[in-house]
Design a protein around this ligand. Structure first.
Ligand code: NAD
Length: 483
């Protein structure tokens, strides 16, 4: 993509009202694998953020008045352009985020799938007529776009977290201001560039990049023209933004942190459970919100599971995401590496058995060796904190009730997984887990076709499926009287 090459040599602009703005100052984006700077990006402040909100607000009336088939056709074109540039986007994503190229390609396909889905789904966004309480009255329910949406996204899925919000918002007739994570703004900007190429009108999609997120965050959460804040990120930041949104009573969607349990019952197929464990725990080097944080394994199958898991984890290839064959890339920054090491040291210090890994990898200071810890107990930090790295801590339990109690004993409730074969146990467990998403004999559950989201402190709202479209619409009740 020539525009990306150009950007990487020059300063990367932000997108405000269809114009590429270089900004007064810039900040650097690093390649986490090497620590090298790969780009300088416009550092947007409060004034430019307000301009972006104004541009989105001004573009709103024409966009919502655009017939849905036309909006859908533009989104479809955006979907096609993302697919046509999949290799370049994936490479850019690996450069700024670190994930192996094959995973980055997978994310491009996954990210694009939301655009394809919502372009179609918007055509089915129907209102209602309701039975009336008076012979001379008719009751209608109209479904209208919310208005300007602020989308604030994390670094771990630089494309998919953006399309999962923007595709339904745009499809519903909303306009958007995106605030991507400061570590990974390039993929977001490239996606927005392709949206303009596809023909989305100026102002419908804006991208503001900032090294000081609070400054633009304050604008997005307090400006009364923004009607919805859709946030994906950590629970503490989500709580802060939620409080700020209260001042103008905005609609909010909060996709926050998790502490996913992965339960393996005695009757599980141990090989299938290990396959699921590898997929759920080690994708993106363990840096996904739905990735397993705690393995809870029943006594009778414990040793077999730990042995097989350790064998598989030992064989995972660590290296630069651009190197052929790498399956575990770097962690995003030094703080992430330090947190992982702290969790491993804490567990070992309190009696956990290190089965493999446990240290920084020879590939570089940001690479952590995939790790398995056995005999982990609830006194250890991994019980309550999201590790966000390639560490598999394995707890032991005896009775089913004990596993359910441990699984639910957390303020979080995003994703949970379990492996079992007895159908009664499957139904019971599925119903007892206090989570927004449950994988049963399955470690990878994300799809644009299903509602993604959590309960408790993991968040509010759902993304994906027709529920994801509802999040960007308001219901307007109309009573037509005097008939
Ligand atoms: P983070 O909360 O630090 O940052 C997320 C975004 O918020 C970034 O764009 C950041 O710049 C911005 N931000 C931070 N402070 C802000 C402020 N005061 N005002 C406005 N914006 C602000 O999270 P992260 O480290 O980027 O991502 C990792 C976290 O995200 C993990 O906890 C993970 O579980 C969670 N996550 C959740 C989901 C989900 O769907 N539930 C998906 C991916 C990641």
């Amino acid at each position: 993509m020539s525009f990306i090459e150009q950007w990487l040599h020059d300063a990367v602009p932000a997108l405000v009202g269809g114009e590429w703005r270089t900004g007064q100052t810039t900040f650097t984006v690093d390649n986490p694998a090497t620590g090298d700077s790969i780009a300088r990006v416009a550092d947007i402040g409060a004034d430019d953020a307000r301009d972006a909100v104004a541009a989105a607000y001004d573009a709103g009336p024409a966009w919502r008045a655009t017939p849905v088939k036309q909006r859908a056709a533009l989104l479809r074109r955006w979907f096609e352009l993302i697919n046509a540039h999949a290799d370049d986007l994936a490479r850019l994503m690996t450069l700024e985020q670190g994930k192996p190229l094959a995973e980055a390609k997978g994310e491009v396909a996954y990210g694009a799938s939301f655009i394809e889905f919502f372009a179609e789904e918007a055509k089915r966004m129907a209102g209602e007529t309701l039975p009336s309480h008076g012979a001379d009255k008719r009751l209608l329910v109209l479904r209208e776009p919310v208005g300007v949406v602020a989308a604030i996204t994390p670094w771990n899925f630089p494309l998919a977290m953006i399309t999962r919000k923007c595709a339904p918002a745009l499809a519903a007739g909303c306009t958007v201001v995106i605030k991507p994570a400061e570590a990974t703004p390039l993929t977001a900007l490239a996606a927005a560039y392709l949206a303009l190429e596809a023909g989305l009108p100026a102002g419908t999609i804006n991208v503001i990049t900032a090294s000081k997120p609070a400054e633009v965050g304050d604008v997005l959460t307090t400006d009364s023209r923004v009607r919805k804040v859709s946030f994906t990120g950590s629970t503490p930041v989500g709580k802060h933004l939620l409080a700020q949104c209260a001042s103008t009573v905005k609609k909010t969607a909060m996709e926050l942190g998790g502490n996913a349990p992965f339960i393996v019952f005695d009757d599980a197929d141990v090989d299938a459970a290990v396959d699921g464990a590898i997929a759920s725990k080690f994708r993106n080097a363990g840096q996904t919100c739905v990735c397993t944080n705690r393995f809870l394994v029943q006594d009778g199958i414990y040793d077999a599971f730990v042995a097989k898991l350790t064998e598989r984890v030992n064989a995972l290839n660590v290296g630069d995401g651009l190197t052929e064959g790498s399956v575990i890339g770097p962690l995003i920054n030094q703080a992430a590496v330090d947190k992982v090491q702290r969790h491993v040291d804490d567990a070992q210090g309190k009696g956990a058995r290190l089965m493999c890994g446990g240290k920084i990898h020879a590939a570089g200071e940001r690479f952590y060796t995939p790790t398995v810890l056995a005999d982990v107990t609830t006194q250890m930090a991994v019980t309550d904190e999201e590790t966000f790295g390639p560490v598999a801590p394995v707890f032991r339990f005896k009775q089913d009730e004990e596993a359910i109690q441990m699984a639910n004993d957390t303020p979080f409730g995003l994703a949970a997984y379990f492996y079992a074969t007895d159908y009664r146990r499957i139904w019971r467990t599925m119903e007892q887990l206090e989570y927004g998403m449950v994988g049963v004999n399955e470690g990878l559950i994300s799809t644009e076709l299903a509602p993604f989201g959590g309960v408790k402190e993991s968040g509010l709202g759902r993304e994906g499926s027709h529920h994801g479209l509802d999040e960007f619409t308001e219901l307007k009740y109309v009573c037509v009287g005097g008939l």
